[in-house]
Design a protein around this ligand. Structure first.
Ligand code: ADP
Ligand code: GN1
Ligand code: MG
Length: 343
């Protein structure tokens, strides 16, 4: 590893390398030199087959955000000026470590919830005028819930690992919610809501906060930045906050809507984005939380049925447990959706 790292334009001599973070997709390492800290990642090329396109997107987006005077991830290039290195079948890239920062699985205060929402609102605002045609589709249909449902039904029909009998209730629930899956995609197709460049994975451990001020210091994990509707980001931000560190929990009673979190997130997001939202987008805000929660439940359960081909798992029923937590949350969102409507 040390020899691989030395191919990058580092400040100082590497002195330590250790695994870092809780991502489900890439393999992340914290690298320290005698002068600076970096994050290096082996990009998951099964999930992201076109790493060149992905790194080009990240380069454009981070430069654009910096041109607005805001902080963004800083790519560490290889000594010969490339955005990543190829190592056998793997792809390695480096970022400067965001110093004096903390990353959370669950936020300790409503003030920080509001800050996180402002951070994502600012991110959407900063990218509102980027040239959309230059941003490639790294995972086509990533947030096309209708297509996720088709993939789910295919997995059920194949039942290739014989796991279907272990998840009949979960399958029945997700089949019964079919009407929800087209709520955002059909509004996009009809042009009722706008297409823009969005993050697509705004969970709370993809943000770091400044240790001293508790303000957002940087939005991370830009692999899935693509065009879409900001509603999937709004919904996923809240899904992730409601889930907190319970995504793998056996106790699904913890998966609940928290109206305090909802109001704080809405306030923060509105402070950045209210003027630019149309009536339909405002109407769909609460539904976006339901749709993305059900979408993730579909993805986890599809992966469980298919034999864990996508998400990194630690034990054989990990994806089933994850699907159960998201289904429990979806059920509580359904109960509370009227309270979340925005006047
Ligand atoms: P994954 O796609 O696997 O989720 P991420 O890019 O989100 O990978 O990185 C995993 C974790 O590593 C993040 O949740 C965060 O804690 C940490 N991390 C990533 N990049 C940085 C950075 N530049 N500075 C500080 N921490 C980082
Ligand atoms: C993955 O990479 P990470 O852990 O930030 C996934 C998201 C899911 C999330 C659920 C590229 O995010 O879509 O919402 O897990 N990322 C990708 O925890 O599939
Ligand atoms: Mg991540």
């Amino acid at each position: 590893m040390i020899n691989l790292i030395k191919r990058f334009a580092l400040n100082g001599e590497p002195i330590s390398i250790e695994p870092y973070g809780n991502g489900h997709i890439n393999k992340t390492f914290l690298v320290k030199t005698d002068k600076e800290a970096y994050v290096f990642q082996f990009v998951n090329s099964k999930v992201f087959p076109n790493v060149a396109l992905l790194m080009n997107n990240i380069n454009l987006v981070t430069e654009h955000i910096r041109s607005k005077g805001h902080r963004s991830l800083e790519i560490v290039k290889t000594k010969d000026g490339r955005l990543y290195d190829t190592v056998a079948d793997d792809y390695l890239r480096g970022y400067k470590f965001i110093e004096n920062s903390l990353c959370y699985e669950a936020l300790p205060s409503l003030e920080m919830v509001e800050e996180a929402a402002k951070g994502f609102g600012q991110f959407h605002k900063d990218l509102a005028d980027i040239d959309v045609s230059k941003i490639g589709d790294v995972i086509p249909d990533f947030h096309n819930t209708v297509k996720r449902f088709i993939a789910f039904r295919q997995a059920i029909n194949r039942n290739k690992r014989g796991r279907l009998s272990l998840c009949e209730d979960e399958v029945d629930f997700l089949l019964s919610r079919e009407a929800d899956y087209s709520l955002l995609t059909s509004a996009l197709d009809k042009g009722e809501i706008r297409q823009s460049v969005t993050h697509n994975d705004p969970k709370i451990n993809n943000v770091v906060f400044d240790k001293d001020t508790n303000k957002v210091s940087c939005i991370l994990d830009l692999d899935t930045v693509m065009t879409g509707t900001f509603l999937y980001d709004f919904g996923d931000g809240l899904r992730s906050l409601f889930t907190g560190d319970n995504e793998d929990s056996l106790d699904t009673s913890k998966l609940k809507v928290d109206m305090g979190i909802y109001k704080a997130y809405l306030r923060g997001y509105y402070s950045m984005m209210k003027e630019t939202m149309n009536k339909k987008e405002v109407e769909l805000l609460p539904y976006s939380i339901l749709v993305i929660t059900e979408e993730l439940a579909l993805r986890f359960l599809t992966d469980f049925i298919n034999g864990d081909e996508y998400f990194r798992v630690e034990y054989p029923t990990h994806n089933l447990i994850r699907a159960r937590t998201q289904i429990a949350l979806a059920k509580d969102i359904i109960k509370n959706i009227d309270k979340m409507k925005v006047e």
